[in-house]
Design a binder for this molecule. Structure first.
Ligand SMILES: [Zn+2]
Length: 91
């Protein structure tokens, strides 16, 4: 279960059907996981009522991909062109 693939921010926009307060921060339990969506049961952080929520999954991590050899090579080329490190960054 990789929560970084799931649109958990959506929970912040959803209200508990029992107490009408936000579900953000509620404990989530996975029910079903597909390539497009994730169905979870969320326990309301306020009243503990459980709601079933469908969240979109991106299929790819929202964090940056790992640096590979080509990235390192491009960085070296950029440094060679710039000459000075300070030239890489706007003043
Ligand atoms: Zn509630």
């Amino acid at each position: 279960m990789d929560w970084s693939l799931v649109d958990v921010d959506r929970l912040a926009r959803l209200a508990c059907p029992s107490c009408q307060r936000g579900l953000a921060g509620g404990l989530m339990r996975q029910v079903e996981w597909t390539t497009r969506r994730c169905i979870v049961v969320v326990a309301c952080p306020n009243c503990n009522a459980e709601s079933m929520v469908v969240l979109e999954t991106s299929g790819t991590r929202r964090t940056a991909p790992p640096i590979d050899v080509d990235d390192v090579r491009r960085a070296h080329e950029a440094l060679a062109r710039a000459g000075r490190m300070s030239d890489l960054f706007p003043a």
